[in-house]
Ligand binder design. Structure first.
Ligand SMILES: Nc1ncnc2c1ncn2[C@@H]1O[C@H](COP(=O)(O)OP(=O)(O)OP(=O)(O)O)[C@@H](O)[C@H]1O
Ligand SMILES: O=C(O)c1ccc[n+]([C@@H]2O[C@H](COP(=O)([O-])O)[C@@H](O)[C@H]2O)c1
Length: 208
């Protein structure tokens, strides 16, 4: 994996709360934007970074080229507090646990929160070092159509049931000691990258 110059890493002031929203974004869509806007607001975040992944380690097929996904995602996600970044390429990491360890080392005193859709909580126990992730930083899980039951009955949700905080306390999540997680019920958006790819709307060129 190419390791790019680290001076391209995003900025966050010390003590800032920063949401980390990892994904393939192949392509990015309105569902991602929707999650981002709700997370910024409900978690009262100072910044939110999209971590456009070199490739999900659990997916057998590779995504479109990173540069094309970044270009398309940056056109779609425009917000003064959001950065769309290839952090994992810059750091040379692929697994989330490694990425988080590197970010926490590079950005001391920031309050990171991991953000993911409910489908990812359902399969979270298959991630590399998932318990280390759970115990490293607070996590916000955002509702996704058809995923609520799977997510809330998942291995991770059950194992960390006592670490769940109520949604009304979401503004406190970035200050909570891990393990701590919260399920955010938001208006549902039934949209996915796989659906857009199946429709042939995304050719992986950076344009939709
Ligand atoms: N419509 C949506 N509602 C809530 N969360 C979503 C939605 N779409 C994507 N996410 C979340 O965004 C993150 C990145 O997702 P990803 O880039 O894989 O998009 P996707 O639509 O799930 O892609 P694919 O269909 O290829 O699996 C994941 O945490 C995922 O759960
Ligand atoms: O670290 C892992 O084992 C791992 C396994 C599956 C997914 N992830 C991360 O989860 C995020 C969402 O992935 P995806 O492909 O569903 O968009 C993205 O940042 C991936 O790198 C991480």
């Amino acid at each position: 994996m190419p390791v790019l110059p680290r001076h391209d890493l995003p900025f966050a002031p010390r003590r800032a709360s920063v949401g980390l929203f990892g994904g393939s974004f192949d392509p990015a869509h309105e569902g991602h934007v929707h999650v981002t806007r709700h997370a910024l607001q409900r978690l009262e975040l100072d910044r939110l970074w999209w971590l456009v992944s070199p490739g999900n380690p659990l997916k057998s097929f590779g995504p479109a080229p990173l540069q094309a996904r970044l270009t398309q995602a940056r056109k779609l996600m425009r917000h003064p507090r959001v950065d769309v970044t290839p952090v994992e390429s810059l750091l040379g990491t692929r697994y989330t646990a490694d990425t988080l360890r590197a970010l926490m080392h590079l950005y001391p005193e920031r309050r990171f929160v991991w953000i993911m859709g409910a489908d990812n909580l359902a399969s979270f126990h298959q991630w590399d070092n998932w318990r280390v992730i759970m115990e490293s930083l607070p996590i916000a899980v955002v509702a996704r159509p058809g995923q609520q039951l799977r997510a809330l009955s998942s291995v991770a949700a059950r194992r960390y049931a006592r670490a769940r905080i109520p949604a009304r306390s979401a503004p406190l999540l970035s200050m909570a000691q891990a393990p701590a997680w919260c399920f955010l019920t938001v208006p549902l958006r039934d949209i996915s990258s796989s659906h857009l790819r199946a429709q042939g709307n995304w050719l992986g060129t950076g344009h939709l």
